[in-house]
Design a protein around this ligand. Structure first.
Ligand code: NAD
Ligand code: MG
Length: 392
């Protein structure tokens, strides 16, 4: 009998996808890939398939070309990979709201979801909570801040009470009074509002501490990423918004902090690398010995500094947190508006500095829609996308 964990890797060709392949490669006795998917990068997927020989392969956008026998195609392939009977853990490393349905499908099939795709929780937090309560699945965060919070909380995750409301969280924590989420501040941390108004795409893509996919890199420059992460923390851990704080920490060594009821604060630290959060989510609650994760040197990393967020220069953070507090479809609208704004920044049709205005426009128009079920959320998402597509 195999004791190895069968892994489905959705988004195998991306930044987190490649990190996950590196981590699994070091632990062949613990993990093996059962399923791999990619969006349109056929070459990258073919190389990963040759390396891992998975049972299931899916390419979402085949461009009309013939695919090797047995490959799945279309968005349905994400669900097929996530629900494959030999899969125990689904690493969701897809970017954007496109990852939500696979998260839900995996949970309904009783899988662990090692979740990098934070947009799943922002768009469909209540639906994900319902799927966790109804099935035997669970969500373990891969995002470094949320992995840090979970590591600080080790041993204090409470079982979800039967019949709990969606707001109770997916990993409810006992005895926690405050979460302090760190933000690198991105490339514009020290720029004035006037300088940011003239920022170019190449400036926004020049992240000081993390090498990541292009969408999250832009999100880190606008602090939209931190807004998504505050909502993610609220959905994951069931902590009210007024007990989640954001602090700028330019060195990206302290990945987040947890304050307990007695005032004690625990921080999780390490060199900025996604290998540890991926490994931790795969092995949770165990720690798996791993010589490949880069080691921390306190002297080389010093000094460690902390600064307040400059909300006037980064209004996207406040817009996102307000959308999270508002609830309903507002977080989904925030996310969809941001996705389209970022795509337009990347294709040169919207200046970086216009991202918050584009999001505000969508939130004002359709942010108060209900978000009770998937069709309602997808409708709000689509409305926000078309508004921002036309935004001038
Ligand atoms: P990326 O752009 O490098 O990779 C995205 C992957 O998803 C690719 O394999 C791509 O083929 C696939 N994909 C893209 N659009 C898709 C779609 N519509 N349907 C199906 N598959 C699709 O992105 P990334 O940086 O690896 O980020 C992935 C997710 O992880 C994002 O939600 C991001 O916020 C989160 N995350 C990333 C990092 C990081 O260090 N890169 C850190 C924390 C969280
Ligand atoms: Mg993060």
């Amino acid at each position: 009998m195999s004791v190895r964990t069968g892994v489905a890797l959705l988004g195998a060709t991306g930044s987190i996808g490649e990190t996950t392949q590196r981590v699994v490669e070091r632990h062949p006795e613990r993990f093996h890939f059962v399923a791999l998917t990619a969006n349109g990068n056929r070459e990258g997927l073919t190389a990963a398939v040759a390396r891992w020989m998975p049972r299931y392969v899916g390419l979402v956008q085949d461009g009309g070309a013939a695919l090797p026998a047995g490959w799945g195609r279309g968005t349905q392939c994400l669900v097929e990979a996530a629900q494959h009977p030999e899969v125990d853990t689904v690493v969701n490393a897809v970017v954007g709201a496109a990852g939500l349905e696979a998260t839900l499908a995996a949970l309904r099939a009783g899988k662990r979801v090692a979740l990098a795709n934070k947009e799943s929780l922002v768009v469909g937090g209540a639906l994900v909570a319902r799927a966790v309560r109804q099935g035997r699945g669970e969500v373990i965060p891969v995002d470094s801040e949320h992995s840090a919070l979970l590591q600080c909380a080790a041993g204090r995750v409470a079982p979800i009470p039967r019949g709990a409301a969606a707001g109770a969280g997916l990993l409810p924590l006992r005895g926690v009074s405050r979460m302090i989420i760190t933000a690198s501040g991105g490339p514009f941390r020290t720029w004035s509002r006037e300088q940011i108004a003239g920022a170019q795409l190449t400036d926004a893509l020049n992240h000081p501490t993390w090498a990541m996919g292009r969408k999250i890199t832009i999100d880190s420059a606008s602090l939209a990423n931190k807004a998504l992460e505050v909502i993610e923390a609220h959905v994951l851990f069931g902590i009210p918004y007024d007990r989640i704080e954001v602090v700028v920490h330019p060195q990206s060594i302290v990945h987040s902090m947890l304050e307990f009821e007695d005032g004690s604060v625990l921080a999780q630290m390490g060199v900025p690398s996604m290998e540890l959060p991926v490994l931790y989510a795969l092995g949770y609650p165990d720690r798996i010995a791993d010589g490949g994760v880069p080691r921390f040197d306190p002297v080389a990393s010093s000094p460690l500094t902390f600064e307040a967020v400059r909300h006037d220069a980064f209004p996207t953070l406040g817009l996102g947190i307000a959308a999270g507090r508002q609830g309903g479809a507002a977080p989904a609208v925030f996310n969809a508006a941001n996705e389209v704004a970022v795509a337009r920044v990347l294709d040169g049709s919207l200046p970086f500095a216009r991202i918050p205005a584009a999001i505000d426009h969508a939130l004002s128009a359709v942010g108060d829609r209900p978000g009770d079920d998937l069709p309602a959320l997808l409708a709000a998402d689509a409305a926000a996308r078309s508004l921002v597509q036309e935004f001038r």
